[in-house]
Design a protein around this ligand. Structure first.
Ligand code: ZN
Length: 189
């Protein structure tokens, strides 16, 4: 286990790699700030889906789609430590239990705020919905721009990566899938 001081000194080493070890005012406290920022950016490691989805409510027979769209998220690519960010659309069809709508956004953050790839966030959110809510269907779509493509490598500024995970009725039935896709399109800002 690496403690906070060791983490800060590792950042100091990286700064030395860039600029040498003379140090200067502007970067004096950078190692502390970087680790503070990391605690926030990677706060997903501290949470878990079961506590987010623990409190459910009686759906009172509601059997349509529940969709929270355009959930902005920020994540970090596990290969280059570059940021990637975009929007998530998360939907499910309750069987009898519904969940507070903000919990869907918290679930996205739980997985986004770790070292990630976009495919895994998409799959993990769908897995959690299936596992904890046991819905008739779950649909998760992520659209993101990746720092690793924007500022290095192929240098593409506007390439959008889209990933989707369809479960239950959204996987089995084209009509259900088409309905959720249409609702997502209609909710575009
Ligand atoms: Zn990357």
């Amino acid at each position: 286990m690496v403690d906070r001081n060791e983490a800060e000194s590792a950042v100091r080493t990286l700064l030395n790699y860039l600029e040498g070890d003379e140090g200067r005012e502007g970067t004096n406290r950078t190692p502390e700030r970087v680790i503070e920022a990391w605690d926030e950016i990677f706060s997903g490691y501290k949470g878990d889906a079961s506590s987010i989805l623990k409190a459910t409510f009686n759906g009172e027979g509601y059997d349509g789609i529940v969709l929270l769209s355009n959930i902005e998220f920020h994540s970090t690519c596990e290969h280059h430590l570059q940021p990637f960010s975009g929007h998530a659309h998360v939907a499910y069809i309750p069987v009898d239990r519904i969940v507070g709508i903000s919990k869907l956004a918290r679930l996205v953050d739980l997985h986004a705020r770790r070292l990630q790839n976009q495919e895994r966030i998409t799959k993990s959110v769908a897995d959690d919905l299936e596992h904890h809510l046991n819905p008739l269907g779950a649909a998760v779509i992520l659209e993101a721009h990746h720092g690793c493509m924007r500022c290095r490598g192929v240098m593409k500024q506007n390439a959008t990566m889209t990933t989707s995970s369809m479960r239950g009725v959204f996987f089995d039935k084209a009509e259900a899938r088409a309905e959720v896709m249409q609702l997502i399109r209609r909710s575009e800002p």
